[in-house]
Design a protein around this ligand. Structure first.
Ligand code: DOR
Ligand code: ZN
Length: 435
């Protein structure tokens, strides 16, 4: 049963409606019923949001939930709980599961699991090619009709240009978003860390920036030729930002995301062979990190997505070269963004809400990311000044491979409201009553 919740005196941020003001919010029947000052209503729950920030629930458009097939890494249940702890109320699940999400059958299996165990909205992306092998296109119409909203071979690029062209043409016709993982495997093959001094010092093969940005360039060119829309996943280097900025200027229908690790960490972090710093694309140089921050603040980069990529200790606590690529991120996406972007002045609260909720919702074409009246009440309430230590034992996610373990972050989720219910509370009695 949906309850009536009255949120009092929070600083309400809703960029879709140009809102940044101290206000109350009334939630009824799972929806936002009223926003305004001095709302009085009989409610079953009251939240004192004074000194807190009230944001649209985070929409994380790049999440590996690993189900079906790799339940040892994460499940839709554990991933949903991790999301709620991080203030995330909607995710786009990546299709590189086992089996890959490339057929009506596999979407059917996934939908069953979502229905049974999701505690947030889990949107479905399907593969572009069968088995993500890069050869044969999926049946886009069938997958769209079964509920996929996007397609991606994430984890791999579509190497064949003709297939990528066909993908963009067909996806346009079917109304599916194409998400490109940009990596030229001929250039990156065998690479482990950023090419250059880090790779040399560590005695490992490098993943060059060219392997990313040349593919960004190629995929945008193909999208322009097909007159189609393209979203580029997890950009990590300055050249990609520049290429996308230019493409946007000339009117290409391109959007992109980055992940918190690319604006908060650099390749220096990997020199100690910490496998929690190993991901693909890899951490880059400090000028790349600054270009990503700049791209976020000037609008070239549309969205922040976690690229939550859980791996077990068995796959991470081993030699660097054998360890899997990827880091978890659902529980830290907001705090890292606050610590690195808001506190340092690159984005204000509205800007942050745009990158974390509004823009990803718009890119995905889903009715999320705003606090508009009548919308589903997905709301994240934040204690902006609260500092916390990231500890391995503190993670709800089934996997613990976070690059932030041992670091202090600013900004803590006080409450996550999903569909009009308080789905997570991270607040002590004292903090709840603080004025
Ligand atoms: O680091 C990564 N991990 N990059 C990817 O593209 C895939 C992901 C995964 O699935 O583990
Ligand atoms: Zn990827």
């Amino acid at each position: 049963m949906a309850e009536t919740i009255l949120i009092k005196n929070g600083r309400v941020i809703d960029p879709a409606n140009n809102l940044d003001t101290i206000s109350d919010i009334l939630i009824e029947g799972g929806k936002i019923a009223k926003i305004g000052k001095n709302i009085t209503a009989e409610a079953s729950q009251y939240i004192d949001a004074s000194n807190k920030i009230v944001l649209p629930g985070i929409v994380d458009m790049h999440v590996h939930l690993r189900e079906p097939g790799r339940e040892d890494k994460e499940t839709i249940d554990s991933g949903s709980r991790a999301a709620l702890k991080g203030g995330v109320t909607s995710v786009l699940a990546m299709p590189n599961t086992e089996p890959a999400i490339d057929s009506i059958q596999s979407i059917g299996i996934l939908k069953e699991i979502i229905k049974r165990s999701a505690k947030i909205d889990v949107f479905i992306s399907a593969a572009i090619t069968l088995g993500r092998q890069g050869n044969q296109l999926v049946d886009m119409k069938a997958l769209k009709d079964s509920g996929a909203i996007a397609i991606t071979d994430d984890g791999a690029s579509v190497e064949d240009e003709a297939i990528m062209y066909e993908t963009l043409k067909m996806a346009k016709k079917e109304g599916l978003l194409v998400i490109a993982h940009c990596e030229d495997r001929e250039l990156s093959a065998g690479g482990m860390v950023n090419a250059g001094f880090t790779a040399t010092r560590m005695g490992l093969r490098g993943i060059s920036k060219e392997s990313e940005y040349l593919r960004v360039k190629r995929d945008i060119a193909i999208a322009e030729k097909a007159n189609a829309r393209l979203h580029i996943a997890h950009i990590s280097c300055a050249e990609s930002v520049e290429i996308i900025a230019k493409a946007k200027k000339r009117g290409a229908q391109v959007t992109c995301e980055t992940a918190p690790h690319y604006f908060s960490l650099t390749e220096e972090a990997v020199l100690g062979y910490d496998t929690n710093m190993k991901m693909n694309p890899p951490l880059r140089g400090s000028s790349d990190r600054l270009a990503i921050v700049q791209g976020l603040s000037d609008g070239v980069i549309d969205a922040i997505a976690s690229d939550h990529a859980p791996h077990t200790d068995n796959e991470k606590e081993i030699e660097f070269e054998r360890a899997e690529f990827g880091v978890i991120g659902l529980e830290t996406i907001l705090a890292v963004s606050i610590t690195e972007l808001l506190v340092k002045g690159a984005l204000d609260w509205s800007g942050l809400a745009e990158k974390l909720a509004l823009n990803p919702a718009r890119i995905l074409g889903i009715d999320k990311g705003t606090l508009g009246i009548g919308r589903s009440a997905d709301i994240t309430i934040v204690l902006p000044q609260e500092e916390w230590l990231v500890e391995k034992k503190g993670f709800v996610s089934q996997s613990k491979n976070s690059p932030y373990i041992g670091k202090r972050l600013k900004g803590k989720v006080a409450y996550t409201i999903y569909s009009g219910m308080i789905a997570y509370s991270g607040i002590s009695k004292n903090q709840a009553q603080e004025h």
